[in-house]
Every structure is written in structure tokens, then in C-alpha cells.
Ligand binder design. Structure first.
Ligand code: AMP
Length: 285
């Protein structure tokens, strides 16, 4: 499909009209919310949506409310024409790219907060971030009315927040998690990797290597506190400026584990800053 034949709608009304027509015709609809600057990670989610549903809708919206005041909202990469070309190639059927005014019209006053699973890790490091995410994702899911929505395990805590949100608010959609797409050296693909300098790029892969070794150590029965501390020290030694966390947590509720040895299943999650770029990653134990 050429980008020219891939429609882009910018209003809730147009989105609902198209999704409604597909569902009336008996077609299942899959939905992949994104902030654009698409890479293979996003495209793998669209392929997953297409495997689960005849039609795939991808939203592109750089949501201002999930960025902190000193974060990269203004600098976040935006290239709708390039994104549209990539989406056409993987069989996306519709792009939904609303304006900020369509999402947050004058008078907008509602915030969705998810207690518990939103609070540790990125919830602690980025105050207000998950309230912004939960609010916009609740809106997007209700606007689209898809049968299935796909989110990446790259943002593992976000995926758990969304599962909780959808269950608690009875939003009628199946939530599917997609595996993390990685570069050959293991670095999780991210739109923010574009911020990394040539010197930083090879160091960035140390995050994945540290998590891989942490998982192996935990499986071998080493104490959680020791494994976490070792991973933090290793990242700082490799050149990361700051490590927000490396922590082993329960896989669904993200409850704290340790400090002693643990039994799988668990998830090890990390966030660390390299130069000006904040990277996150996680692995299953
Ligand atoms: P974003 O555009 O960063 O908000 O991401 C949109 C969706 O793509 C989210 O569900 C992310 O978890 C997912 N995603 C981002 N990077 C990856 C990746 N490397 N592998 C799999 N999914 C990803």
C-alpha cells in the first residue's frame, strides 16, 4: 500500500465512523497507540495487531501531559510523513493523529490515576507521568473502540498500569503485550535512542547486558539486593550519569522482591541516564 492510500483522520468523530463501519461489517479491529517517530518496535506491534484483527488503527499523538516540565516534549522527534510510509508497508489501515485541542479541549478537567502499580519505579522517578499516560490511554481506548489494543513490553510498567486501568474501568478491549524489539547488540529500540551520540551508542547496550547478567544471577539464587547493587555499580562504571533504578519486582503487581534469593516468575526493570538520554529496559526472570 502506498502512503497516499493510507487514510489519516484527526477527529474522534472520523475515527469512530471508520471503526464503527468496520465492526458493522464484521471485521475485528486492532489498535496500537504510539507517539510517532516509529521504529521496528512499533511496527512489530502493528504486525501483532494485524495477526489478531483484520483492521489495524495506529494513533500518533505526542501526549504533552505525560512529560515532566524538564523533559523532552518539545524536542521529541516528529515526522508524520515518514511514519505514514512505514505504517503503510506493514498493513496499517488507518492513522489517527489528533491535535492537542481535539484530545484536551478547553474545559478538560479529568485525570485518571492508577494507584499501586503506578507508584514505584518510573512513577517515583517521573512524578505525574503515569497519570498522563493513564488519562490519554483511557481516552484513546474509548475513542477507538477496538477489539484488541497492543502495547510493548518495552514500557513494562506502563503495560501493567494499562491492564489495571482497563480492568478497573471496564473498558471493553483485550490488552495484548508485545515482546521488546532490540538492536543486534541488545539495546531496546526506542525513539529516544536518536538522542544518543556516536560515543554513547555502544555504551547504551550495557543496560541490556547488565539486565541479562542480573537475570542469570537471580536464577542462580543470588540475593536480590546484591544483584541490584552490582548492576547499578556496573552501569555507573560504564559511563551512565545516573541510575534511577535496577529492581526485581513481581511480574504483574510490580511488588518489591528480596532482599534475599527469589523464585521466578519475576521481572527485572531498569532506568538509567546516559548523557542527556534516559533509557529504560526490562527482562523476565
Ligand atoms: P511510544 O511511541 O514510545 O509511546 O511507544 C508506543 C508503543 O510502542 C508502546 O506500547 C511501547 O511500549 C511500544 N514500544 C516502544 N519501543 C518498543 C520496542 N523496542 N519493542 C516493542 N515495543 C515497543
Amino acid at each position: 500500500m502506498s502512503p497516499a492510500s493510507l487514510p489519516i483522520v484527526r477527529t474522534v468523530a472520523e475515527l469512530r465512523a471508520q471503526v464503527g463501519a468496520w465492526r458493522t461489517a464484521g471485521d475485528r479491529v486492532g489498535f496500537v497507540p504510539t507517539m510517532g517517530a516509529l521504529h521496528e518496535g512499533h511496527l512489530s506491534l502493528v504486525r501483532l495487531a494485524k495477526a489478531k484483527a483484520k483492521r489495524a488503527v495506529v494513533s500518533i499523538f505526542v501526549n504533552p501531559t505525560q512529560f515532566g516540565p524538564n523533559e523532552d516534549f518539545a524536542a521529541y522527534p516528529r515526522n508524520e510523513a515518514r511514519d505514514a510510509g512505514l505504517l503503510a508497508d506493514v498493513g496499517c489501515d488507518l492513522i489517527y493523529a489528533p491535535t492537542a485541542a481535539e484530545m484536551y479541549p478547553s474545559g478538560f478537567a479529568t485525570t485518571v490515576t492508577v494507584a499501586g502499580v503506578s507508584e514505584p519505579l518510573d512513577g517515583a522517578a517521573r512524578p505525574g507521568h503515569f497519570a498522563g499516560v493513564a488519562t490519554v490511554v483511557a481516552k484513546l481506548l474509548l475513542q477507538c473502540g477496538a477489539d484488541v489494543a497492543v502495547f510493548g513490553e518495552k514500557d513494562y510498567q506502563q503495560l501493567q498500569v494499562i491492564r489495571r486501568l482497563v480492568a478497573d474501568l471496564d473498558i471493553d478491549v483485550e490488552i495484548l503485550g508485545g515482546p521488546i524489539a532490540r538492536a543486534p547488540d541488545g539495546l531496546a529500540l526506542s525513539s529516544r535512542n536518536a538522542y544518543l551520540s556516536d560515543a554513547e551508542r555502544p555504551i547504551a547496550a550495557e543496560l541490556h547486558r547488565a539486565l541479562t547478567d542480573a537475570v542469570e544471577a537471580l536464577r542462580a539464587g543470588r540475593p536480590v539486593a546484591e544483584v541490584e547493587a552490582q548492576a547499578v555499580a556496573r552501569l555507573l562504571a560504564a559511563g551512565f550519569a545516573r541510575v534511577d533504578y535496577v529492581e526485581a519486582r513481581g511480574p504483574a503487581d510490580l511488588a518489591r522482591l528480596g532482599p534475599g534469593p527469589i523464585q521466578p516468575p519475576a521481572r527485572v526493570l531498569a532506568a538509567a541516564v546516559l548523557g542527556k538520554t534516559r533509557l529504560i529496559d526490562n527482562l523476565a526472570v
